[in-house]
Write a protein that binds this ligand. Structure first.
Ligand code: 13P
Length: 123
């Protein structure tokens, strides 16, 4: 079982939920975390067992960064909105920086997320 975090900015949440639905069987075999609002959507619209953290702008991105630093997160699926300014841009940058630093599997768009899932052991 791999620990996977699912995160999406507001303009990308529909896409992440749709992607999660189409990979529901594969995701179900893993331990799933999400930032707060993303997690709420996933709980409401999929049958996945997702542990929600704080909302991204309120510290959820920072919580995921801490998990990475502690070796507790293997995969980060983060559908980033490239067209909107974020009040918590520093948190987003920090999370991505830590994912790079700790060699975390990092998917920031759908095609990459699909490729990452194909490369994971099933459970
Ligand atoms: O802002 C986010 C990531 O930077 C996502 O947070 P939410 O899932 O709480 O919207």
């Amino acid at each position: 079982m791999t620990t996977i975090a699912l995160v999406a900015h507001d303009q990308k949440k529909d896409a992440l939920v749709a992607w999660a639905k189409s990979h529901e069987d594969a995701l179900a075999g893993h331990k799933l975390y999400a930032t707060g609002t993303t997690g709420g959507r996933l709980q409401a619209e999929t049958s996945l067992d997702v542990t929600p953290l704080k909302s991204g702008p309120l510290g959820g991105d920072a919580q995921l960064g801490a998990m990475i630093a502690e070796g507790k997160l293997k995969v980060l699926v983060f559908f980033i909105d490239p067209l909107s300014a974020m009040p918590h841009d520093v948190d987003v940058k920090s999370l991505i920086r830590l994912a790079i630093l700790y060699d975390t599997l990092l998917a920031v768009n759908e095609e990459t997320a699909t490729a990452v899932m194909k490369g994971l052991p099933a459970t």
